[in-house]
Write a protein that binds this ligand. Structure first.
Ligand SMILES: [Zn+2]
Ligand SMILES: [Zn+2]
Length: 90
C-alpha cells in the first residue's frame, strides 16, 4: 500500500512531526493543540473533524483532504483504507 505525500496545496510546505494545530476557541473548538495529520483532521480533545486545515507556513486555508497527494487516482478507496489503519495514539 502506498502512502500519500502530505503537503500544502498552496506552497508545498510539508508538515513536520513537531507541527501543531489549534482547535480554536474562536471557531467553537476546545483549545487542544495536536498534529492534525496524525488524526485525519479530527481533534483528539473534542472529536470535531476539521474540514479546513491552515498551513503553518503560508497561513492559507485548504480542505484537509487536499493536503493528501496520492500517487494513484483511486483516492477515495485509499482514503477509506487509511482510516482503518490509524495508529492508537490517544
Ligand atoms: Zn477540539
Ligand atoms: Zn502553505
Amino acid at each position: 500500500m502506498s502512502e500519500p505525500d502530505i503537503y500544502c496545496p498552496h506552497c508545498a510546505w510539508r508538515p513536520l512531526g513537531t507541527s501543531r494545530w489549534l482547535c480554536s476557541h474562536h471557531m467553537g473548538g476546545c483549545g487542544t493543540t495536536w498534529n492534525t495529520f496524525w488524526t485525519g483532521g479530527v481533534c483528539p480533545g473534542c472529536g470535531y473533524r476539521w474540514e479546513i486545515t491552515a498551513c503553518l507556513a503560508c497561513k492559507q486555508f485548504a480542505l484537509h483532504r487536499d493536503w493528501y497527494h496520492w500517487p494513484e487516482s483511486d483516492a477515495h478507496h485509499l482514503d477509506r483504507t487509511r482510516e482503518t489503519e490509524q495508529p492508537a495514539g490517544q
